[in-house]
Design a protein around this ligand. Structure first.
Ligand code: PLP
Length: 392
């Protein structure tokens, strides 16, 4: 058995399926008869070429990615893409500006990074009550007033630019727990859409062809941190006229070099390859979509049936299926003592990484693909028992 393994409900790096870890363990000293660990192999070797090609083939199959899109395995996490997107695409249109929908912590980071390179239009005013729990322009700990609902404001209130180079949004705000299932319909069809899917990538199907750029860091649903997958329309890169892009952020260079301008994160790509194979073996996005729905329903039912003991302050339409921030509320106020007790007790049941992000406090439950329905059941049983014991 794996009695020493704890259940990791953290926001990432996330828990991986134990069978994937076992495969890696079995290949650790001698990968496929090479006499080496994968991390010891040259990135120019045929053995590694096979790994990266297999990974690309599998993710193209999982997402039905057309040939007109490039698939890149890059470094610097999703954060490097905040800069890369702006550097590569801000000048796509004469306006040299881009529209950013800021719905929380990560889209705010992306918008602020892009502002270093040009004019950025925040389509929702910075003062909006909707901009997440922990937007930096707001006082911290917004969730303490758990009755303050957040979500995404009505599209007809957004201020879009005339002809932006692109429209940017984050499909799932990992810290705020705000998920957008669909591309906003108000964005005109010809505006390239850039999406940070780091935390809900591979948890639901989506149509790649509706996007210009999609990126996702690996440490949530496909493995090891440092690696970021970028899927992008090749034709957009050909129009790029910015000559001063740092070379490893230059999409044109990365496409020409098949993600190997320099030494790529070979071990993380190897783990991604294993995770994509696992994703396929699970039944692909159809099955993982169902699992994600089942797991998040278990948690939200527990919250909704708690009579206000557990509070998640995200509007129902935008509740994330992947990251669920919550507070414990008694007598109308957040009870940080009980939250601390919850976190201390849950560890004794072998479940950990449930502490809320330092920017918002409270509790956060992350349900990435490596978390099973059974493990989620164990957590909600704990939640119900904890409430029964402590809700006086
Ligand atoms: N975007 C989202 C939605 C995230 O959740 C994260 C990380 O947690 C990032 C971006 C940043 O990713 P990285 O730390 O890989 O740069």
């Amino acid at each position: 058995g794996h009695s020493t393994r704890k259940i990791n409900f953290g926001a990432g790096p996330a828990q991986l399926p134990v069978e994937v870890l076992e495969t890696i363990q079995n290949e650790f000293l001698d990968f496929n008869g090479s006499g080496s660990n994968v991390m010891e192999l040259s990135h120019r070797s045929s053995a590694f070429a096979k790994i990266i090609q297999e990974a690309e083939r599998d993710i193209r199959e999982i997402l039905t990615i057309p040939d007109s899109y490039a698939v890149l395995f890059l470094q610097g996490g999703a954060t490097a893409q905040f800069s890369a997107v702006a550097l590569n695409f801000l000048n796509l249109k004469p306006s040299k500006t881009a529209d950013y929908l800021v719905t929380g912590y990560w889209s705010e980071k992306a918008a602020k990074e892009a502002e270093k390179f040009g004019k950025i239009n925040w389509v929702v005013p910075k003062s909006s009550k909707y901009q997440g729990n922990c937007i930096q322009t707001k006082p911290k700990y917004r969730l303490i007033n758990a009755l303050n609902e957040i979500g995404v404001p009505a599209e007809d209130t957004w201020k879009l630019s005339e002809e932006p180079s692109y429209f940017y949004y984050c499909a799932n705000e990992t810290i705020d727990g705000v998920e957008m299932e669909n591309i906003p319909t108000v964005v005109p069809k010809d505006v390239p859409i850039v999406c940070d899917m780091s935390s809900n990538f591979l948890t639901r199907p989506f149509d790649v062809t509706k996007y210009a750029v999609i990126f996702a860091s690996a440490q949530k649903n496909f493995g090891a941190s440092g690696l970021v997958l970028v899927i992008l329309r090749k034709d957009l890169v050909e129009n790029n006229t910015n000559k001063s892009i740092p070379i490893i952020l230059d999409y044109k260079v990365q496409i020409a070099n098949e993600s190997m301008y320099n030494t790529p994160p070979t071990f993380s790509i190897y783990v991604a390859n294993k995770m994509f194979a696992w994703t396929k073996a699970q039944g692909g996005l159809k099955a993982l979509n169902q699992q994600s729905a089942s797991k998040s329903s278990l948690v939200y039912e527990t919250i909704d049936e708690s009579n206000g003991f557990y509070v998640n302050s995200v509007e129902k339409n935008y509740r994330s299926r992947v990251n669920i921030p919550l507070r414990i509320v008694t007598n109308g106020t957040t009870n940080e003592t009980l939250e601390a007790l919850f976190l201390a007790e849950v560890v004794k049941s072998n479940m950990f990484e449930l502490k809320g992000h330092r920017a918002v406090g409270g509790i956060r439950i992350s349900l990435y693909n490596g978390i099973t329905v059974k493990e989620t059941e164990k957590l909600v049983n704990f939640m119900r028992t904890f409430q029964a014991k402590n809700n006086s």
